[in-house]
Each structure stands twice: as C-alpha cells, then as structure tokens.
Design a protein around this ligand. Sequence first.
Ligand SMILES: Cc1cc2nc3c(=O)[nH]c(=O)nc-3n(C[C@H](O)[C@H](O)[C@H](O)COP(=O)(O)OP(=O)(O)OC[C@H]3O[C@@H](n4cnc5c(N)ncnc54)[C@H](O)[C@@H]3O)c2cc1C
Length: 453
Amino acid sequence: MITKSPQVLIIGGGFSGIAAAKKLHESGITFQVLEARDRLGGRVHTRQLSEDLYVDLGGQWIGPTQDRMYELCKEFGLEPFATYDQGKNVLDLAGKIRTYTGLIPKMDPLSLINLDLIIRKLERLAQQIDINSPWSNRQAAIFDSISLDSFLRKNSKTKSCLAVIRVGCETVFACELNEISLLHALFYIRSGTSLDCLINIKNGAQQDRIKGGMQPLVEKMAAPFLDKILFNSPVRKIENTEKGITVAGDGFSISAEKLIFAVPPPLLSQINFSPKLSLAKRQLLDRYAMGIVGKCFMIYPKPFWRESGFSGQAVADEKSPFQTLFDCSPADGKYGILMGFTIGNRAKAYFSKEESDRKSEMLKILNTYFGASADQPIQYIDFSMSDEEWSRGCYAGLMPTGAWTGFRDAYRKAEDPYYFAGTEAATRWHGYIEGAVLAGENAATLVFNSLKQ
Ligand SMILES: Cc1cc2nc3c(=O)[nH]c(=O)nc-3n(C[C@H](O)[C@H](O)[C@H](O)COP(=O)(O)OP(=O)(O)OC[C@H]3O[C@@H](n4cnc5c(N)ncnc54)[C@H](O)[C@@H]3O)c2cc1C
C-alpha cells in the first residue's frame, strides 16, 4: 500500500500524460503518474529488433504545423529525418497494377476530376469548421447526421474514384468510414490543418520520422521525473468523498487533490467512479469506438525497390489486405523496411489468419509490385494496437453520427477535480501525437490554475 499524497495524479503514461507531468514538474507541483503497462508511450511503441534495427509499431510520423513535436525533438536532441518519397508509387486498382508519381494516382480523366472535386469539397467544408466548437457550424446538424462513407458514396461518380478516396480516408481515419460522422471527419481535417496536410508525405503529416524511433522521445521527456512514475499500475477505482479523492488499483491506493486522465476513451469507461462522471460524459463514452489498424513490416537487407525507381508507396483497393504501403527504412538505409497498413474490415480479415499465412500474403503482394527481390526478407512482423488491453484500438477514438452535436465538448470538459487529456481531448491535431501533447499541457495548465485559486 502506497500512502504518499501528491497534489496531482496523472493516469496514463503516453505522450499526453507525460507532457502533463513535464509541465507540472516544471511548475513545482507534486504529482505521480500511474501507468498500466511496464513501459511509457502507450499508442507509441518502438520495438528494438537488434542493436541497429527497430520498428515503430504505433505512432511514428510528424509533419509541418506539429510545432510542439519539433520543439520537443530539439529540446531532447532527437533528430527528425525525411520519409523516403522519391520515384514511382504503385496503384493496385480493379486487378490492374499501374505506377504514378506525385500525390494523385493515374486514373481515367473522369475519375481524376471527380476525385479532385471531392477533395476540394472536403477541404472547403472543413475550413468552415471551428475546431473549438464543431457543433456551432451552420450546417452541423446535417454534417453530423450522415457518415463520411455516405458523403463519399454520394459524391463519387465512378468506382475508381470511390475506391481511391476511400483508401485515402481509411488510412487517415483508421476505420471503416461508416463509423464516423461527416462532421467528425471535417473537424479532424481542420484540426490537422487540411486534408492535403493529412494525406501528404512532403509538407504533410507523414513528412518526418525520428532517428531511433518515437518512443525514445517520451522516455527522454520523462527522464527527469522517472521516480514519479508507477508502472504496472492500472487504475481501477476512484472515490471522491468529503475526505478527498482516493485512486485505487491492484495493490495501491493513493490520495490527491486533482486528477488528470490521459487514457483512451474505452479505458476511461472501464474505471469505476464513485460518484459517477456526468451523464453527458458517460453517454458519450458509451458511443466511442476505436479504429483498427495493423502495421505489417517486411524487413530486407537493403531498400532494393529504390534501385528500380520505386518509392515503396502503394495504394490498393479491397482485393489487397493493405490500403497503403510505405517505405519505413531507417534514416541511413542500412535496412529496407516496407510497411503495410491494414485497416478496418481488411484488418479484421487479415488478423483472422495465421501469422505464416499473413507473411505469405504480404510477400506475394510485394513480389507483384516490386519484383522477385521481395522474396528474400530477413524478417516479418505485424502488430495491431486493438489487441492491446491498454489501448483497445487506434489511431484514436471515433465520433459516430450525432455525437458532436449531441454531446459537444463533453469528453474534454473538466469536472473539477477531474481534468481530461489524451489525444481525444485535443482540438488541434486531434488523434495525433501532437494533439496528445497539446491536450496534456492544456490539462496541466488548468490544474495549475485551479490549485493556485
Ligand atoms: C498504429 C498507429 C499508428 C499511428 N501513427 C501515428 C503517426 O504516425 N503520427 C501521429 O502523430 N500519431 C499516430 N498515431 C496516433 C498516436 O499514436 C496517438 O494519438 C497518441 O500516441 C495518443 O497518445 P495519448 O497519450 O493520448 O494516449 P496513449 O498513447 O494511448 O496513452 C495512454 C496511456 O494510458 C495507459 N492506461 C490506459 N488505461 C489505464 C489505467 N486504467 N490506468 C493506468 N494507465 C492506463 C496506457 O497503458 C497508455 O500508456 C498512431 C497510432 C497507432 C496505434
């Protein structure tokens, strides 16, 4: 039994919880972080495969306008490097494999015009959304009454256009597109600057990775207060009585004046609160689903596809288990790593197979795209955060139809002495690591101000 009483308890040691802790540490507020896992990072997880080889199983990319992430890299001496983005991309559509350069795949002119119109329409509508109050938009009720899927089907005039825009959106939102409202999609786009920014590598959210992986950054952020983090300590129960707040888990019970929650929505739902959280927050939590994404890595002695002019990027319709492929080789190109995203229903089907079959399926696809050199990998690894007890999905919580207009800011709204962080509480870069950091810092500021009152 631990009886120390810090002023603040932070639940969750992902980027958001650690960003909150860093800010409290710098302000001289006493705190403790309770983390369910035996490691930091949550939905960011760098797996070291050998001394000079790693893969980022969770979040890995940063890009322009994610200013805090670049500042943190600078502060902790970590070096961003550009995602490999040169040469031909592959388009695997309707049984035909074609190559193209740039952002827009080679398609028939009608599909290309249609695709451009849909992207422009999404951009135009998203730019009208106030990220602090998406529900206040003049057409919010309409946008919140249909799914992104309905919108895309209604606006796509050709099968090819629909297939390509769906792949792009599935990769951005990490779900089936009927799981989110159009309003959530527009908010998410605006929150991440623009659709162009969310989709692009250069000048977009996939522009840079960090040498050595993303998890070392959160570890460096936490290093000055590592003794304030309790690992393997899932919070199960919270009681708030006249005597104060008690937070309990397996073998611990700690009191504090304020709490910051920095956990994904399904995990917040699992905590037993007495008294209960507000009705609005509980009802919204009941509606939150998480997306499903698998990251599948084929590792080679070198990035052989670059020699034949391929970027390693591919876009594929539902005949492939992978919506998209990216070159995820290390900065020095010492190894070649191709990463496939399998998302939503494709991920469910893919992960229902044995690992050896998954590997064979990916090898066959890579052979078709990049030739026989693809047949000689060093290693295959795949991973889905949806299987992780303390994540339950990714990239982030999804707002279905009716949620934004029905519940507004109920998720992120503080219910003093409780404050809510996590990327789902972010208005800017919601769903991303940058959003997690901003939401953590914001919760810490609110707690600091309330303690000083
Ligand atoms: C496959 C994948 C790819 C992604 N790609 C990118 C990308 O390239 N770029 C990007 O910006 N974002 C990406 N994301 C999203 C990004 O990783 C997340 O938005 C971000 O890491 C969320 O951070 P967080 O701190 O809000 O939550 P989390 O990282 O989920 O942290 C929450 C922490 O709380 C802990 N926890 C949960 N319940 C309890 C409890 N009851 N008690 C104590 N502790 C608890 C968990 O163990 C976890 O450590 C990706 C995510 C995934 C999964």
